[in-house]
Design a protein around this ligand. Structure first.
Ligand code: ADP
Length: 336
């Protein structure tokens, strides 16, 4: 599809360049020949016997006419030759330029395709499980009310997780255009951190994890909602991947230009080979190491990274297996 579009674009480039080149050449040829003609007329008038009282040597004007004819032909040849060179050069340059023009569009389309394929794949698995469970339940003629309620309860869990997947997918698309539609304002970091922590506290309590906040007095230019969403992702992961009795600490520091947020846990850690991939969409580390079943779709960190990029910040991670993980987020105080 893109080869065809590239050829079409090249043809358009070529058409525009050659139209300009031919018009310019025709104009040059026409004006130069007219000028020759005018000069010739002047010369003929100068040699005119009646006007100046003398006759030019026999056949002299014929020489001039011949010279001018040859010059005209040479000019025509030069113009045709130049146009030929421009045509070849423009075809090559046009093909190259159209490739460069189309390549970001092609990459974006590829990315879109991959996104839709990944998302459909992720949606298909829980949907199939849900369907199977409902079909089995429907076929079971002796099912008691208690059993039916159990099936419905488990179905509801599946639906909850599907809902969280679609919410994450929607968030990802929401932040895709570099967050141009987001409002950036002066925000109090403590207020945002406390809001995120409040949401995560019930889960931390349930899992017996101590959540510590060491927040300084900072303000920064940011988008309130996405900043909270990003902190929630890191805190949720820290709690999810830390065994009972562990600790999660969030600390903030601010420099002249940047703000540093550190989220440290004493959890299961991430193997070195997985570290380069954890921010990839749908990437999940093998969950066999975590004792409790941890649900997720591998979208959280991809989303968090996207939000950090929109804020022109960066994120780094360091981890040791069975010791813990630290995420360090750097955000500029002023949004440019
Ligand atoms: P998920 O929905 O699986 O949590 P994420 O994108 O949030 O998806 O994380 C990707 C993977 O990175 C997770 O599957 C998990 O294995 C690993 N991970 C993220 N945060 C932590 C953490 N604090 N401790 C250990 N592993 C983590």
């Amino acid at each position: 599809m893109f080869t065809k579009a590239r050829l079409k674009l090249t043809a358009w480039y070529l058409f525009i360049i050659m139209f300009i080149s031919f018009s310019f050449s025709a104009f040059t040829y026409r004006s130069v020949t007219l000028e020759f003609q005018r000069r010739l007329n002047v010369i003929e008038r100068r040699f005119d016997f009646r006007g100046h009282g003398f006759r030019p040597p026999a056949g002299q004007t014929q020489f001039f006419i011949q010279d001018l004819k040859e010059t005209r032909q040479r000019l025509l040849f030069i113009l045709i030759y130049t146009n030929g060179v421009i045509l070849v050069f423009s075809a090559v340059a046009g093909y190259f330029l159209s490739g460069r023009t189309l390549s970001p569009i092609e990459a974006a389309l590829e990315e879109q395709k991959r996104f839709v394929a990944d998302a459909s794949h992720e949606l298909r698995t829980p949907l199939t499980a849900l369907k199977t469970s409902l079909e089995v339940a429907l076929r079971d003629k002796k099912m008691s009310l208690k059993q039916a309620k159990e099936v419905l309860g488990s179905n509801l869990e599946d639906i909850d997780s599907l809902q969280s997947l679609t919410n994450n997918l929607l968030s990802l698309t929401h932040y895709q255009d570099n967050g141009r539609q987001l409002v950036f304002e002066e925000v109090d970091l403590e207020e945002i951190v406390k809001k995120a922590a409040k949401k995560i506290l019930p889960l931390a309590k349930e899992r017996g994890i101590d959540l510590k906040l060491e927040i300084g007095d900072h303000t920064l230019q940011a988008n309130r909602e996405s900043l909270e969403e990003m902190l929630l992702i890191f805190l949720d992961n820290a709690v999810k991947y830390t065994p009972k009795g562990g600790q999660v600490t969030l600390t903030t520091k601010s420099g002249k230009k940047n703000l540093i947020i550190e989220i440290k846990d004493t959890g299961i850690g991430i193997a070195e080979r997985d570290l380069p991939h954890i921010f990839d969409r749908f990437y999940r580390v093998d969950q066999s190491r975590s004792k409790s079943k941890v649900t997720g779709f591998g979208l959280g960190l991809a989303l968090a990274k996207r939000i950090i990029e929109i804020h022109r910040g960066s994120v780094a991670v360091s981890s040791a297996l069975n010791k813990g993980t630290t995420f360090t987020i750097k955000l500029p105080l002023k949004h440019s």
